[in-house]
Design a protein around this ligand. Structure first.
Ligand code: NDP
Length: 476
């Protein structure tokens, strides 16, 4: 059994007690992790503060070289990392449309290399006989990273690598449900980085590790991915020293399918972007609005795909969808499904937990449902998709926008110019045409409204790990 230690100042650190990590495909413990507390956060912040002066003044090219070395080492460890990801998240090794542990580890490697190559050039605003004005980007200090359980390794990389690239040092706290692959990543990175540059503190369920980080006066910024509810708490706790924040929170993304689309041609793509990773992705398609003229045909195609999906233990190579990651999330899915049923919705597939061990829920397509019902209004974060009929495009855009979240949205049509115009009317951080949730390491990604603050990825994401210093040199 894996036993996860914390890593503080480059050294493994145990705690007085440990807590179990469950494999959601079996419901059994497959690893244990150190139950850290506030004292470990203090020690990790102190180690990160001690490492900051040297790391922040390390030449850019050297930092880039070390980050590329981390990418190469992740690649060398890819099969083992994939297995850990599958065991702790339930995500299949391969997965529906290739969205699985392979994509998570492969994405982590790609993001590491692309981010390592980014730069923060000095911008010259003015250079004349009177003065030269330059804008410099400087690291903030210690960054605290708090990550969730759906893409634990990839999100850790999304937080840690740009923070380090910009010259910050980091304390990371993974979700108590998925600390294992992150611990391995931090261990790998510590084989390459100077001690204290990247520290890991793990906390048991309900521990004070996360809140202590959010409040900690030695942490300059928190980057958090998770629920809007927890994002609000972090924002409150972070006010003491006016921490910088990047919050990537929940989404309830709408997709709108126009009447010109061939249901048979588009169904598999739509099914994939809604159901891969069991819908447990912040920017999965979660509300599907379909024009009335193609509604029944598209619903039938989606149901056919749901029934044909191979659900099982992600360690089996032909599994497309694994279990829901945890019992509490499964309960949310069941609750929203029961509420939809009580409101007269038509279940075209699934609708129940699979008998036996593990947290399996059959892929579920729900028709004859509309806004105002919880399954549409709230984020289910599970393998269940409400399909909603519409007749008027202006009305459906209004309904898509009538939601507190604003992470992603999509328009599906053969008329690309019209679809792009409509996509720009969606209130969300990223709008896709004939796609959904497709992110890339060089394009900014983040939410509007209650889906978050700030963006990740590319130059825009990197700049969030810096503060601006303006330098004005008088010449006359
Ligand atoms: P949370 O947002 O509560 O957890 C995410 C991370 O925040 C975990 O590391 C957690 O630690 C930590 N955390 C919890 N409370 C605090 C706090 N007060 N201060 C600082 N850190 C804290 O997500 P849940 O696991 O509860 O999932 C609930 C919902 O969140 C899901 O149903 C889904 O809607 C959404 N979600 C969104 C994700 C996204 O990608 N945007 C990812 C995952 C979930 P610990 O768990 O160890 O206590």
């Amino acid at each position: 059994m894996e036993n996860i230690s914390m890593i503080i100042g480059g050294k493994p650190v145990a705690a007085a007690t440990t807590f179990p990590v469950i494999n959601p495909a079996t419901g059994s413990t497959f690893a244990t992790a150190a139950a850290g507390d506030a004292s470990h956060v203090d020690a990790a912040v102190a180690a990160a503060q001690a490492a900051f002066p040297e790391w922040s003044s390390t030449p850019d090219a050297e930092r880039q070289r070390l980050l590329h070395a981390i990418g190469a080492s992740l690649e060398a460890n890819m099969p083992a990392l994939m297995e850990l990801v599958t065991k702790e998240t339930g995500k299949p090794l391969n997965g529906l449309n290739g969205v699985g542990a392979g994509m998570e580890v492969g994405g982590s490697i790609a993001w590491t290399h692309v981010t390592a190559d980014l730069s923060l050039p000095v911008e010259v605003i003015q250079d004349n006989e009177v003065a030269r004005v330059e804008v410099h980007r400087k690291p903030l200090g210690v960054v605290g990273s708090i990550t969730p359980w759906n893409w634990p390794l990839m999100i850790a990389v999304w937080h840690v690598i740009p923070a380090l690239r910009a010259g910050n040092t980091v304390v990371i706290k993974p979700s108590e449900m998925t600390p294992v692959a992150t611990a391995r990543f931090v261990e790998i990175a510590n084989g390459i980085l100077p001690p204290g540059v990247l520290n890991l503190v793990t906390g048991a369920p309900g521990s004070d590790v996360g809140p202590t980080m959010a409040r900690h006066p030695g942490i300059a910024k928190i980057v958090f991915t998770g629920s809007t509810r927890t994002g609000r708490k972090i924002m409150e706790n972070a006010s003491g020293n006016l921490k910088r924040l990047t919050l990537e929170l929940g989404g309830n993304d709408a997709g709108i399918v126009l009447a010109d689309v061939d249901p048979k041609a588009v169904a598999a793509k739509l099914f994939g972007v809604a159901f891969h990773n069991n819908g447990q992705t912040c920017a999965s398609l979660k509300r599907l609005y379909v024009h009335e003229s193609i509604y029944e045909e598209l619903c039938a195609e989606l149901a056919k795909l749901a029934k044909a999906t191979v659900v099982g233990d992600g360690l089996n190579h032909d599994t497309q969808l694994g279990p829901v990651q945890n019992k509490a999330q499964l309960a949310i899915v069941e609750e929203l499904a029961a509420d939809a049923l009580a409101h007269g919705a038509r279940f075209l597939s699934g609708g129940h937990v699979r008998a036996g061990s593990g947290y399996f829920y059959e892929p579920t397509v729900v028709a004859d449902i509309t806004d105002g019902i919880r399954l549409v209004d709230e984020e289910p974060f599970g393998p269940i998709l409400p399909v909603i009929k519409y007749s008027d495009i202006d009305d459906v855009i209004r309904r898509a926008n009538d939601n507190p979240s604003g992470l992603g949205g999509s328009i599906w049509s053969n008329d690309l110019a019209k679809a792009a115009r409509l996509a720009l009317r969606l209130e969300c951080g990223t709008a896709w045409v004939n796609e959904h949730g497709a992110i890339q390491p060089d394009a900014p990604f983040g939410g509007v409204k209650q889906s978050g603050i700030g963006v990740e990825f590319g130059r825009y994401g990197l700049e969030e790990y810096t503060s601006i210093q303006t330098l004005k040199i008088m010449k006359a």
